[in-house]
Design a protein around this ligand. Structure first.
Ligand code: GZL
Length: 321
């Protein structure tokens, strides 16, 4: 470990000790959350608050309503308060360098949750997220196996423009399916990770594509947009899950209930517990300077109707989705 790193750690520890004056032995952590655009995001917030409570951490929570400028304001507020550490779920990948530099200059470690940033890696302690390219690849490989050699026209409902999950889930899925000449992606548009927008975008696709007769599958970058698309498909008089296959990502309870109803075909699970590994890494860093890996990757597991969807629904209900 070089001298610069040692000095940075010593400074962090000094900040932690001095600014722990918030309360005798309580760590104070600021959390800049994107908002509550999806069931998964709501679960992440709920799990993070519980993880903090279980560890005696004083969590300062800020909901940015999907706006980066609100996140930047919140982070600057946390710096001014002298918190011991900051969690950020960055709504988009770019535009973070300045505020992350301010946190670093204040010797406040920053941990990214569930999305990445295009910024120098020394500006954050670690990032806890899934391998989002892999999520797209798993979803794409499922569709390839589901359609075989039959021609299949796919529509894609993308996540928030400029966010790492939207960029990476598109990359992984498109590469997996476009290696097969019988599968084509005929339309792709952002549904902003919300149910309402996902429904609206799917309605547009159905209108533009002969009422949906030509659409074989919809790939949505999250389950909430898929659930919105399912409603649009039903409103158009078609059967989601059979006339149009539905594949998405998150593993929220509502996608499992859609599977039980035969209206969804596959979902790649994303754990809402990013905060547990984040708090563990922070505790080790503050205790004895243990530097965590730059990326802590959570697993991506495929679920289909063959995997006891009712049981999976029951296991997740009540976790804050
Ligand atoms: C992915 C996360 C995404 C979820 C969506 O890591 O950032 O944001 O898949 C949420 O449900 O909106």
């Amino acid at each position: 470990m070089n001298i610069i790193t040692k000095l940075a750690i010593a400074a962090s520890l000094a900040t932690a000790l001095t600014s722990a004056s918030f309360a005798a032995d309580k760590l104070v952590v600021g959390f800049s959350q994107i908002g509550s655009e999806s069931g998964w995001r709501a679960a992440e917030t709920s799990v993070t608050k519980q993880q903090a409570a279980d560890r005696g951490i004083d969590l300062k929570f800020a909901d940015a309503q999907q706006k980066q400028e609100n996140q930047i304001k919140a982070i600057r507020g946390f710096i001014a308060q002298g918190v011991n550490a900051i969690l950020v779920a960055p709504v988009v990948a770019t535009g973070w360098d300045d505020v992350l530099k301010e946190a670093k200059e204040a010797n406040i470690p920053v941990i990214l949750l569930d999305r990445g940033v295009d910024a120098p890696e020394d500006l954050y302690l670690t990032s806890v997220a899934s391998d989002q390219v892999k999520e797209g690849t798993v979803a794409g490989n499922w569709l390839v196996s589901a359609v075989g050699d039959a021609p299949c026209k796919v529509v894609e409902i993308e996540g928030t423009v400029g966010s790492t999950p939207a960029i990476n889930r598109k990359k992984g899925f498109d590469e997996a399916v476009l290696a097969h000449a019988n599968i084509t992606i005929i339309r792709s548009q952002t549904g902003e990770f919300t149910r309402a927008k996902g429904k609206e975008v799917m309605e547009g696709f159905l209108k533009a594509e002969n009422g949906g007769a030509d659409i074989c599958a919809v790939y949505a970058h999250n389950d909430d947009m898929a659930v919105g698309a399912i409603q649009a498909i039903k409103d158009a008089g078609l059967k989601p899950g059979t006339d149009i296959k539905v594949v998405s990502i998150d593993g929220v309870p509502d996608i499992f209930s859609a599977m039980v109803a035969g209206e969804a075909n596959a979902s790649v699970e994303l754990t809402p517990n990013m905060a547990g590994p984040a708090f563990d890494a922070l505790a080790a860093y503050l205790k004895d300077g243990t530097v965590p890996p730059k990326f802590i990757v959570t697993e991506s597991k495929l679920y289909t109707p063959a995997d006891n969807p009712q049981g999976e629904y029951d296991a997740r209900k009540g976790l804050g989705y």
